[in-house]
Design a protein around this ligand. Sequence first.
Ligand code: KG4
Ligand code: ZN
Length: 396
Amino acid sequence: MKTPPSRRILAIETSCDETAIAILEASEEKNGTHFNILADKVSSQIAVHAPFGGVVPNLAKREHQKNLSQILLLVLKEAGFSNFKMQIPRHKQIANSKIQAMEKILERETELLKEFKKQIIPLPSPPIDAIAVTYGPGLEPALWVGINFARALSKLWNLPLTPVNHLEGHIYSSMMRNFKFQIPRDKEIFPLLTLIVSGGHTELVLTKTHLSHKILGETHDDAAGEAFDKVAKMLGLSYPGGPEISKRAIYGSPTSIDFPRPMLHSKDLNFSFSGLKTSVLYYLRDAGKISDQTKNDIAASFQQAAIDVLVKKTLDAVKKYKPKAIGLGGGVAANNLLRAELKENIPKIMLPEKIFTGDNASMITTAAYFHLQKKIPRSGTRPGAALKANGALRLS
Ligand code: KG4
Ligand code: ZN
């Protein structure tokens, strides 16, 4: 049997405060799908949002508009797809109707349209087979910028357009390695259990086969990352708070304050973090002015309480569903204590490399590959097809 040709996919991710684009090449081999990351760029907006203590949607939208064309140029260059010294002014050869269609797609992104016409339209078409884009969940004003940019690109280069669920990206991230990795054959990884822990989500997900998911449990209120961020804010630490809490926790005692472990013994696989967050608030209110050491102790004790629940529920899910493989994904997956405790309790768990824990476009490209493989009839696979952002998109 002839092996099908490899596919090159470019994906765009703008669901929150990172502007990210990646190009991956995928091929089917005997032992699974092989991926090669040809280029991967992430531009973080942390400095823009930090003064506000959190992500401001309209600022995120503006930054994505400003960054996308520039990042695309960098990514094409990194992949070796363009000779930028020899740009031919190709727009003269492009039909007027096509230019008008792209102007229409980007009519609400005036700044992006200007850059797109100046920098992107003149480029020679790169050797890419498909464009993918995150269409949810996330901040809708931010998602729309990426979607419209992807639509305009797919129109310009006449390529199919594939919408991807951001959380599917986080699911694949536990199997991704820099710069080459392999996703094993179905029978070796499915059913796959993934603990997704990010700024917006805390979910235990069972994936029966590629792109077929069931949410086994999720948070009733705050996401784990959100709780880290809010507690950090109470302690006067900078945004995003997750990494700040974990740094402080190294110097604190995790047993010094007995914060609650919400829903630790509930029979289901759901989570709740708002009560834990409120306990920290009350502790601080009663304590008055606190020393630096107390701050470290609060960080360590809070972190331990949150992680105890995450690990216990993941273990419960492993016992109940006996998955073939287990993974961790999302921004909070960068937390060293969470990684260590999960590994100790579930030795076969796949931990994402730190470069893939936060939002990135390589994970979106990987998920997009399986969408393209499945050839599910989906709205929006035509070049330039209309796609809608869905801020509350779910996995099942
Ligand atoms: O996946 P992500 O980059 O964005 C979303 O899709 O939400 O996750 C960001 C979240 C933030 O809440 C951030 O504070 C948290 O991940 N985070 C951490 C750590 N690094 C990032 N939380 C705990 N410990 C960390 N080391
Ligand atoms: Zn994310």
